[in-house]
Design a protein around this ligand. Structure first.
Ligand SMILES: Cc1ncc(COP(=O)(O)O)c(C=O)c1O
Length: 370
């Protein structure tokens, strides 16, 4: 099983750390700083859309090998990852900007592209980080409710004037829903050239739908389009912080101007490079997620609970009652689920964990809801 491999891999990292400490006493003296925040073995974490299977064993090995490079600035490795991502996405290297997680991409986009007189337009509800970043930039934020299918209401968003940036989260967090590709194409053809469209494809690898496509290939056609991706989800590197965006070189330069130099650390870089070389990581992550999601669907179907069909590694379940007390009761049973989303007060967002985690979830859910 990949999870046990990952644990073994992690143990190897720790023992490599111990070996390094034996050779380097000053490292050993700082060992208490290494104490890890390990969650209780009985705690089931389904609140942050993390990928519980862990990084590729190749990424773990690359990080182990890179310990001794920690004294170096990361720029050489940055170039290697940029080149690999350019190749993967069929663009040139000056069309890639790395970030310390895709969160940093969202932050620099808000800083560069919104501000007084340059609104941020978002769906509602959606992933909220960029709202906070645009608020700091002094931008007005306009929220447009999702449609009844939980897609972005693109015609309504298009009607709004003076947008600096339009944020489309596809698949969307917290609803795990998609905005259909035909609608997105029609929308991109109509957005004024001075407005930038940021499509956040953090959950891209989990989608199973003919109605969805990545818009990265459309960047060749639209200079005002950028796409954010992350290594936190299918690559299971949330704690390492690595993301990137694809855009035209002129836009990349505007974004880069807002960024700290060398913002992606060397461990994240080598792990990301290695992950891209692990052919099985995406396929296996997708398959496991789908299998476990189907198990949860069938349990919910049996007990008559509806849910929004999920195109991600999490799902929204309609509780038909207020979610707040249910979140607390689940927590009392050692199962952490997503927070309250005020726009959807009767829905519970649950990350799709491993099969044993979801069995624990189902049993706690039945107990709490009965
Ligand atoms: C839609 C979406 N975008 C971006 C992020 C940020 O991810 P990271 O900064 O770890 O790349 C998340 C995190 O959950 C997310 O759900």
């Amino acid at each position: 099983m990949k999870s046990s491999l990952s644990r073994r891999g992690f143990a190897k990292v720790l023992s490599a750390g111990a070996a390094y400490a034996a050779l380097n006493p000053s490292f050993a003296m700082s060992a208490p700083a290494l104490r890890l925040v390990s969650s209780s073995p009985t705690l089931v974490r389904l609140n942050s859309n993390e990928n519980p299977y862990g990084p590729s064993p190749m990424a773990v090995k690359a990080m182990t090998d890179a310990f001794s490079l920690a004294w170096r600035y990361p720029d050489e490795h940055e170039g290697m990852l940029v080149d690999a991502l350019a190749k993967l996405n069929g663009v040139s290297s000056d069309q890639i900007l790395l970030g310390s997680g895709s969160s940093e991409i969202l932050k620099v986009a808000a800083a560069a592209l919104t501000g007084p007189g340059k609104k941020l337009l978002v769906g509602h509800p959606t992933f909220e980080a960029i709202l906070a970043y645009a608020a700091v930039a002094g931008a007005e934020i306009v929220k447009t409710n999702l449609t009844s299918d939980y897609a972005h209401d693109l015609p309504k968003m298009l009607a709004e004037k003076n947008a600096g940036l339009i944020y489309i989260c596809n698949p969307n967090n917290p609803t795990a829903s998609i905005t259909p590709k035909a609608e997105l194409r029609a929308f991109l053809a109509k957005v004024p050239p001075q407005t930038i469209v940021l499509v956040d494809e953090a959950y891209h690898h989990y989608v199973d739908s003919n109605d969805y496509e990545s818009v990265i290939p459309l960047i060749a056609q639209y200079p005002n389009l950028m796409v954010a991706r992350t290594f936190s989800k299918i690559y299971s590197m949330a704690g390492l912080r690595c993301g990137y965006c694809v855009a035209r070189p002129e836009l990349i330069q505007r974004l880069r101007a807002q960024q700290a130099w060398d913002s992606v650390n060397i461990m994240a870089l080598v792990a990301a490079i290695a992950s891209l070389q692990d052919a099985g990581q995406v396929e296996q992550g997708h398959r496991r997620n789908t299998e476990v999601k189907n198990f949860v669907y069938s349990e919910l179907d049996k007990s008559g609970y509806k849910y929004i069909p999920s195109h991600a590694n999490f799902m929204m379940i309609d509780l038909r009652r207020e979610v707040r007390p249910v979140i607390d009761a689940m927590s009392g049973r050692n199962v952490q689920v997503g927070r309250v989303f005020p726009a959807m007060p009767n829905f519970m967002r649950v990350t799709v964990g491993t099969r044993p985690q979801m069995e624990a979830f189902v049993s706690a859910f039945h107990a709490v809801m009965s």
